[in-house]
Design a protein around this ligand. Structure first.
Ligand SMILES: NC(=O)c1ccc[n+]([C@@H]2O[C@H](COP(=O)([O-])OP(=O)(O)OC[C@H]3O[C@@H](n4cnc5c(N)ncnc54)[C@H](O)[C@@H]3O)[C@@H](O)[C@H]2O)c1
Ligand SMILES: [Zn+2]
Ligand SMILES: [Zn+2]
Length: 393
């Protein structure tokens, strides 16, 4: 089959690789029809290289049609149309019973000290082949699938794999009070969808970024927007000025570890990128490598007693945090990978008629799988208006 594979920093290719096969009775094989490129894939493209192996198959936002199931899989059968959550989870362990699918005790990557295995996401998360490919082996298929109806196009459902539940969880964790205001930092696909969901819930939303077309997209949906580039050096004051001088009730950080404007972290990333993998891994695991400007801005602007919901991914083990301010302002902090299936039933009605979140026109680029390298490049460089790229094998 053809698959998108990792070959080094900013080097993804489309290779011919062996077809996957059923290995466990709980596996399924799915023929992929659509697969997103995510901001999290950009971390692999750039920063997390030391945790990748040449030839690893990328992708964790796939959907398709079940082709074959193992003997213990009963919840889906060949021919079913399914979306795969980005995390692999059993559905029956202590964590899954509590809706904490990203902590599944059946698939936790214990030798790395990490949570549930993820598709296409580094040795830290089990080095499981990903879904930017023609075929995908789905472990724990009894729970790692979401059945969706026939009829509407793939764009209606594909974001159930990641963007929709991630943004939904970010908004839930932000605990925005009735009549409250949320500031969303970063308007990539995740922040954009956070704005749409918070607006749908009736909240006041202020979206912050520095890319004009990203600002424009959320403005067109009814959010107020704040262009970082227009307010250099006075961002905190300016946002407080929009919220009665006090700051918003809630802030969602949808930026993550590759924030713009954090020189030290950027340097650490570049140094880690030049070291041999073994050394770079230790640097990444033991030190503060994140570019924290998104998080620090969240701490600065959130009102006293407010909530920060971190959904952008961070990866350093010793990041310097402004604990004095976090403690003194009595900030509530929630974070984590999205527990996809925890939110699927809440989201599904919004994917029915009317498309209130605008998912069908969410992708800016739909490319054949063969053009994945171009998809990665335009998304990373924010060229050609790229906000969300879907690959179609
Ligand atoms: N927790 C989860 O389960 C989960 C799931 C998916 C994605 N993510 C993470 O969410 C983050 C966003 O993903 P995405 O797909 O939207 O990616 P993206 O890279 O397209 O979006 C990031 C946006 O942040 C903006 N930005 C950069 N620096 C900023 C700053 N200092 N202040 C405000 N905005 C700034 C960029 O211009 C960009 O538009 C990534 O870190 C990704 O790994 C987390
Ligand atoms: Zn993702
Ligand atoms: Zn489990």
């Amino acid at each position: 089959m053809r698959a998108v594979t990792w070959h080094g920093r900013r080097d993804v290719r489309v290779d011919t690789v062996p077809d996957p096969a059923i290995e466990q009775p709980t596996d399924a094989i799915v023929r992929i029809t659509a697969s997103g490129i995510c901001g999290s894939d950009l971390h692999l493209y750039e920063v997390l290289g030391p945790f990748m192996n040449e030839g690893d198959i990328l992708g964790h936002e796939p959907m398709g049609v079940v082709e074959e199931v193992g003997s213990e899989v009963r919840s889906v059968t060949p021919g079913d149309r399914v979306v795969m959550p980005f995390q692999i989870s059993c559905g029956t362990c202590f964590m899954c019973e509590r809706g904490l699918y990203t902590q599944c005790e059946t698939t936790q990557v214990r030798d790395q000290g990490m949570g549930a295995a993820l598709f296409g996401y580094t040795n830290l998360y089990g080095a499981v082949p990903g879904g930017q490919a023609e075929l995908l082996r789905v472990p724990q298929a009894q729970n790692t699938t979401i059945k969706v109806p026939e009829g509407p196009p793939d764009e209606r459902f594909v974001y159930l794999s990641d963007v929709l539940p991630t943004a939904w969880q970010a908004v839930e964790y932000a605990s925005i009070p009735d009549g409250g205001t949320v500031v969303v930092l970063g308007l990539g696909p995740i922040g954009d969808m956070c704005c749409r969901i918070a607006l749908h819930h009736g909240h006041r939303v202020i979206g912050v970024d520095l890319v004009p077309e990203r600002l424009e997209r959320v403005r067109a949906r009814g959010a107020e927007v704040f262009d970082l580039e227009e307010h250099e050096g006075e961002v905190g004051e300016a946002i407080r000025g929009m919220t009665e001088g006090r700051g918003p009730d809630s802030v969602i950080d949808a930026v993550g570890m590759e924030a713009h404007g954090a020189t030290l972290g950027k340097l650490a990333h570049q140094i880690a990128g030049m070291l041999p993998d073994a050394v770079a891994k230790r640097v990444m695991e033991r030190s503060g490598v994140d570019r924290l400007s998104g998080f620090n801005l969240a701490v600065d602007v959130v009102r006293r007693g407010g909530t920060i919901s971190l959904i952008g991914v961070y990866g350093g083990m010793a990041d310097p945090l402004p604990m004095l301010t976090i403690f003194d302002k009595q900030i509530q902090l929630r974070m984590g990978q999205a527990n996809v299936k925890r939110w699927a039933d809440d989201i599904m009605p919004l994917l029915a008629d009317g498309d209130p979140l605008g998912v069908e026109r969410f992708a800016t680029h739909k490319l054949p799988l063969e053009r994945a390298p171009e998809g990665y490049e335009v998304f990373q460089k924010k060229q050609d208006g790229a906000i969300k790229v879907l690959l179609q094998p």
